[in-house]
Ligand binder design. Structure first.
Ligand code: XIL
Length: 320
């Protein structure tokens, strides 16, 4: 019953990502998405700057195409994301709005975007990365938290639920794989939200990992504790990057260790009843965000730039 998903590349705003969405022109890539996955997440195509570029303009073209593709292939879609501190349009971040106006802007956005895909987008990552690594709310960076206070998170969930009562609504963040200050903050927040009757259904663990860091053995236990609160859990953005030498080619050791870690994450998810979805942040190194974001690092997905399967792919298959 586990959904196995991938982020659908496109809509990036890195200098070197100014190609058109590969989803629209790369047939081999589309086939890979259709054949290997049961769930898709638009990587950027539902973020504010992409979908809501001007105050009165929504652009659903790319997201529509992904949702339609997923329907044709019988796949789930995870919506990403509604309340975040990144990839917001300048008109929003630099606008001069009162608190009441901002509240109305967020409510209308959520109603419009979630409402458009009601019954089609199965899970929404409503609030993304609202805590920093110390477990403090991002009360400065995040325009919604800064201008409207922490209560806006509950409102965002309520509005999303009104717009699509059938969608599962998630919190989502990175560095919440193990048990630490940040995942503790989410654990406490979830309990508060549930006590207040807020429609929250899931906790998303991004899992942007790197071979140069240790592997936190607490993942399974952490998934379990969120499941014990009655939530579903999900691995939402798994990739495992590594530092590459001048030639850009991983060593045999790195290749093997990456395979072990991909399957270790999958094993943890499979071991926990609440873990219903396992999504990779990229289905090929060719379109991965990693080289554009982390200098000197790459090879973070289970497929090479030529869309060849790596040992990580085989390790995942064996674990499934
Ligand atoms: C990344 C995309 O992969 C890039 O293409 C984009 O330029 C920046 O955002 N956590 C998230 C994702 O929740 O939305 C981010 O995606 C990666 C980190």
């Amino acid at each position: 019953g586990l959904e196995v998903g991938a982020a659908v590349a496109g809509g990036g705003h890195h200098e070197n990502q100014e190609y058109p969405d590969p989803f629209f022109f790369d047939t081999e890539y589309r086939e890979l998405l259709a054949n290997e996955f049961t769930s898709l997440t638009p990587e950027n195509q539902l973020k504010w700057d992409f979908v809501h570029p001007e105050p009165d303009v929504y652009d659903f073209e790319a997201a529509d195409a992904i949702v339609e593709f997923a329907e044709q292939n019988g796949q789930d879609v995870r919506g990403h994301t509604l309340l975040w501190h990144n990839q917001n349009p300048a008109w929003l971040e630099e606008g001069d709005f009162t608190a009441a106006e901002l509240r109305a802007i967020l409510r209308d956005h959520i109603r419009t975007v979630v409402g458009r895909y009601a019954g089609q987008i199965d899970q929404w990552e409503v609030a993304n990365e609202i805590f920093d690594d110390s477990g403090n709310l991002r009360a400065q960076e995040n325009i919604w938290l800064r201008e409207l206070g922490p209560g806006i998170v509950a409102d965002a969930f309520r509005w999303a639920h009104e717009a699509d009562p059938s969608a599962e609504l998630f919190l989502n963040d990175y560095n919440v794989e193990g048990i630490n200050a940040k995942s503790d903050a989410y654990y406490a927040l979830v309990q508060d939200l549930l006590a207040d009757g807020v429609p929250i259904h899931g906790m998303g663990h991004q899992a942007h990992l790197g071979l140069q860091y240790g592997f936190d053995p607490g993942l399974q236990q952490n998934l379990e504790r969120f499941g014990d609160l009655g939530l579903v859990t999900a691995i939402t953005e798994l990739d495992i990057r590594m530092e590459l030498g001048e030639d850009g080619v991983p060593t045999a050791e790195q290749v093997a260790e990456q395979a072990r870690r991909f399957s270790a994450v999958l094993e943890a998810c499979l071991a926990v009843d609440s873990c219903e979805s396992f999504t990779l942040w990229g289905a090929s190194d060719l379109y991965s965000w990693v080289p554009h974001t982390f200098a000197g690092q790459g090879s973070a997905t289970p497929w090479t730039e030529d869309l060849e399967r790596k040992p990580a792919y085989c390790a995942l298959q064996r674990t499934l």
